[in-house]
Ligand binder design. Structure first.
Ligand code: SF4
Ligand code: SF4
Length: 160
């Protein structure tokens, strides 16, 4: 399955509780510690994001954001300001296995790794609550295919 990040920023807005800057080496180089594992990474603010990194306004709205997360209002996307050197856990992170979009391509739901639905859309939630149980005994690949077919049958676009 191919995962691509839509840069909604939901994950990084809570990761300030996990990723903590414990040392500054140079102007734009920091030691970032994972508070759960103790793992430390040296990260550098991306060359094109120095000014963006200095903007601290994100913490007024999302105080638990990762120290390197920023949100741009003009394109409504989240950005990692140390993207090029971000910690391994961030490189490996995939937040969904099936992405559900409406007919205009906007996200209406995500099926997460552990067969859990994240959705704000009431219709998507209703479909899930009606059918999830009957699919639950299927093995993984068949389950994925069935979930895809299920939402497609209701007219949703699916990205996997
Ligand atoms: S990994 Fe997922 S939650 Fe995080 S920004 Fe990308 S799409 Fe959003
Ligand atoms: S280092 Fe970057 S990708 Fe990782 S949590 Fe922080 S902002 Fe998100």
């Amino acid at each position: 399955m191919t995962f691509f990040c839509t840069q909604c920023g939901e994950c990084c807005t809570t990761l300030g509780l996990v990723h903590v800057i414990v040392q500054q080496n140079k102007d734009n180089e920091f030691v970032l510690q994972n508070e759960y594992t103790g793992h430390q990474s040296i990260v550098t603010v991306d060359p094109d994001k120095h000014e963006f990194f200095l903007d601290q306004s994100i913490f007024e709205i999302h105080p638990d954001s990762c120290p390197f997360f920023r949100f741009r209002e003009n394109d409504k996307k989240g950005y990692c300001t140390c993207h090029l050197t971000r910690p391994p856990i961030c490189r490996d992170y995939n937040c969904w296995r099936i992405l559900i979009q409406n007919s205009t391509g906007s996200r209406v739901g995500r099926v997460m790794g552990w067969r859990h639905l994240c959705a704000e859309d009431e219709h998507v939630k209703t479909i899930w609550s009606k059918h999830a149980q009957e699919l639950s005994s299927l093995p993984d690949e068949e389950w994925d295919r069935s979930v895809v077919r299920l939402f497609q049958s209701y007219g949703y676009r699916i990205v996997v």
